[in-house]
Design a protein around this ligand. Structure first.
Ligand code: THG
Length: 262
């Protein structure tokens, strides 16, 4: 299970402030904590700030002061994504493209140029389909387009886009079904990913919702998630799910996670 730390996002007030004030120490602290807690990649999203491309350059350079760190460059704007990717020292992830021709034709060549893996959202100019079938159809379309541009299936992460359960209560079930369906689109199975915390935005008991949904999504075959690695119990839920799904033997990571927190 690939963990991408979600906390370096301008959506968080403290991060927005740190970006505006170019406060390196604050950004490095957030980055280091996520990595200590098990993040394999860090998602970098400057949010809605002025001079976004310049802010992205500053964030990427700042975070790489840590040394060996892998980044997922997250923006809806092509110029901001390119600004981030060009500075990455390790192979980056481009987060994200959608099923729009314009996004595909502008961003896939950029991903190629910088050797990036790509996260693709199952949405188009009409928005996010409400059903698992609709999401899977867009996933198939994007996967075919990526293959035409010369990407191999293993370089693409398909994201069926989880929305907050309090505004779209059928969405989690449709996303779970979509994960299972997307895995059937190719051999070997295409990889799937979610921005997990979306599911609980503005809900009570956020952590419980995130943990429960992660376990369910892992049963359906989820490969990766953008999530809060600082929630130790969420990480433990992933470790325990792998053990229960017979992906790791009982004695290994399950017991060491248990001891660490016991
Ligand atoms: N798919 C992909 N990328 C994504 C998402 C996705 N990137 C962004 C997002 N969704 C995943 N990251 C987050 C980060 C933070 C929150 C949710 C998802 C979050 N933030 C608090 C909130 O909105 O309540 C911020 C408030 C605060 O605490 O200051 O929940 O789906 N590919």
């Amino acid at each position: 299970m690939l963990f991408i730390g979600e906390r370096l996002n301008g959506m968080f007030r403290a991060v927005k402030k740190a970006i505006e004030e170019r406060d390196k120490k604050a950004i490095l602290e957030i980055a280091e904590k996520q990595m200590e807690n098990g993040a394999h990649y860090l998602d970098i999203n400057v949010g809605p700030v002025a001079a976004g491309a310049e802010a992205m350059e500053w964030m990427v350079n700042t975070v790489q002061e840590i040394g060996d760190v892998k980044l997922s460059i997250d923006s809806a704007k092509v110029n901001i994504i390119e600004a981030g990717l060009k500075l990455c020292k390790n192979r980056p992830i481009l987060n994200s493209i959608t099923a729009d021709d314009e996004k595909i034709s502008s961003l896939l060549p950029i991903a190629k140029k910088f050797g990036a893996q790509v996260i693709a959202l199952t949405m188009d100019d009409k928005g996010v389909p409400s059903t698992a079938e609709g999401r899977t159809e867009l996933a198939a379309m994007i996967l075919a387009a990526a293959q035409e541009y010369g990407f191999s299936t293993e370089d693409i992460y398909l994201d069926p886009l989880i929305l907050p359960v309090n505004v779209a209560q059928d969405c989690p079930l449709q996303v779970l079904k979509a994960i299972a369906m997307i895995r059937e689109l190719d051999v070997p199975s295409p990889k799937t990913i979610l921005g997990l915390s979306n599911v609980s935005q503005k809900c009570a008991s956020r952590e419980l919702i995130n943990r429960t949904f992660l376990a369910m999504a892992m049963y359906c075959g989820l490969d990766a998630a953008i999530l809060d690695t600082n929630d130790t119990e969420l990480v433990n839920t992933a470790i325990t799910s792998r053990m229960l799904l017979n992906k790791d033997i009982y004695c290994d990571s399950y017991l060491s996670a248990f001891r660490k927190n016991g």
